[in-house]
Design a protein around this ligand. Structure first.
Ligand SMILES: Cc1ncc(COP(=O)(O)O)c(C=O)c1O
Length: 482
């Protein structure tokens, strides 16, 4: 809930109370420098004992509700035919409106099955924007590529456009003409677009995409990993939806695609995922592969406990105080940084506050991994673990050439119901200091580079030993205890 202060500012007031806590530590800057050097300037390689605020991701790190814990404990553990699965299937029907559902161990497992079954030889999968694992699974088939048809506004980091996640309908029609429907595996809409800064698409745009798919006999897939947030934005920003409930908006969104999938690690606050549909034939094409790659039909690679908690999480994610809990903290975070002149992606999206690294450190060359450097620098000066979402997160082209990312973002994710506004104030203060000292940040170079999803395991080094120089400047201002 946003609470309006007398001076006109809005602050998020959380509609929950914290009853279980975990202690966290802030190690000093010199120890953080050592930790990031050992991690190869890759925040994925840090150990949590060295992390103060873990804002790497909003995935699998959210706080479950008391009722989810109750669902977790009261599960029916069975290899086959567990009643917990059937209760979960009822929740899918109630919240999303689908008759057929299969669990998978996480979102990328759904992408694996969809790519395996629906990608076409010498074909493409069309999307409003790729996600790292989606693109990897499409390309790993060896037969298809990922084609992104975002609007021009999508890459404008300073914008007031409410729906930067929209698909460009003219580009969609042109692509269908170019490739022909027989080469297009499916059209995929991602709600909200993770790598564009958590930006949503509108219901109007989604319906237009559906219309074009119908006219051309194309399969439409919805990646609903962040569907609550997308629905919340439709509620807040799209004309005609202001008087609907989040539950109604989610139901309407789910009535549009042929196939729905999600990573349960986000909106449902557990781990796992699922694929759902009302199309029996499509379901039958996917079903035989489930026990091959995931597990038996009534658990699909998930533990029954997670499925029990997921059923409750699904019902809770339509509550505006759950759907909007991260969005409101992000809005506060982004608007404050913006008012201080620190380059952030606007309008605020779902899942994270995104720093526009190209504008923050304009002196770093694109070959030297701009957002990777900024993300490491933020860790050194604050102990905050953010994530590089830029060129390191793109793998190279098949011929080995570097594919430069459309956007160079440092993503400071907001796990749901985990951190408070005072934590966010701390990050804002440290970012301000870093912005004033941004000339000290230089680029990175790879010292170990894996061939696929290199951002997970890759190791890099700081050009000109800039980490040491940044640490010395920080210690001069804050002493050696911070
Ligand atoms: C939009 C989107 N799709 C798919 C995935 C993959 O899900 P998972 O991490 O559960 O494999 C993610 C993960 O962050 C995501 O944000």
């Amino acid at each position: 809930m946003l609470f309006k202060l007398k001076d006109g500012r809005e602050i998020p007031v959380e509609l929950y109370k914290t009853r279980v806590v975990q202690k966290i530590n802030l190690i000093p800057a010199r120890a953080r420098l050592k930790a990031i050097e050992e991690a190869g300037y890759n925040t994925f390689q840090l150990k949590t004992r060295d992390v103060f605020l873990d804002m790497l991701t909003d995935s699998g790190v959210n706080a479950m509700s008391d009722n989810q814990w109750a669902g977790w404990i009261t599960t029916d553990d069975a290899y086959a035919g567990s009643m917990t699965f059937y209760e979960f299937a009822d929740a899918v029907k109630e919240v999303l409106g689908y008759n057929y559902v299969m669990n998978v161990h996480q979102g990328r497992a759904a992408e694996h099955l969809l790519s395996k079954v629906f990608c076409k030889p010498e074909g493409v999968v069309i999307t409003n924007y790729h996600f790292t694992t989606t693109r990897a699974h499409i390309e790993v088939t060896g037969i298809s590529e990922c084609l992104e048809l975002y609007t021009d506004e999508a890459l404008n980091t300073k914008s007031t456009h409410p729906f930067k996640g929209n698909m460009d309908i003219d580009k969609l029609k042109a692509a269908i003409k170019k490739y022909g429907r027989e080469k297009i595996g499916y059209v995929r809409m991602e709600a909200t677009t993770n790598l564009l800064g958590g930006q949503p698409f509108s219901m109007e745009n989604f319906k237009e995409v559906r219309k074009v798919c119908d006219e051309n006999g194309l399969l439409l897939v919805l990646d609903g990993s962040l569907i609550s947030e997308n629905a919340y934005f439709i509620w807040k920003r799209e004309k005609g939806y202001e008087n609907k409930t989040i539950a109604q908006i989610i139901k309407e969104m789910c009535s549009i695609p042929d196939i729905f999938y999600l990573s349960g690690r986000k909106n449902t606050c557990v781990r796992g995922g699922f694929i759902a549909t009302n199309n029996k034939e499509l379901f039958a094409k996917l079903e035989p592969w489930l026990p091959v790659y995931e597990g038996f039909y009534t658990y699909g690679g998930m533990s029954m406990r997670e499925i029990g908690a997921m059923a409750v999480g699904l019902k809770e994610m339509v509550d505006p105080s759950v759907a909007g809990c991260a969005i409101e903290q992000i809005k506060y975070f982004v608007e404050k940084l913006d008012s201080l002149g620190i380059p952030v992606v606007t309008p605020p999206g779902g899942l994270a506050c995104h720093i526009d690294a190209r504008k923050f450190v304009p002196h770093i060359k694109k070959e030297e991994y701009i957002s990777g450097a900024l993300t490491a620098a933020l860790y050194i000066v604050s102990g905050v673990r953010a994530m590089e979402r830029g060129t390191i997160s793109m793998d190279r082209a098949k011929d080995g050439t570097e594919l430069y990312a459309d956007l160079e973002l440092t993503r400071i994710a907001i796990p749901r119901r985990v951190y408070s506004i005072s934590h966010i104030e701390y990050i804002i203060e440290r970012l301000q200091w870093l912005y004033e000292h941004r000339d000290l940040i230089k680029g990175l170079k790879f010292i170990f580079e894996p061939p696929v999803l290199r951002f997970f395991l890759g190791k890099l080094a700081a050009i000109d030993n800039w980490g040491e120089k940044l640490t010395i400047a920080f210690e001069k201002d804050f002493g050696t205890d911070w």
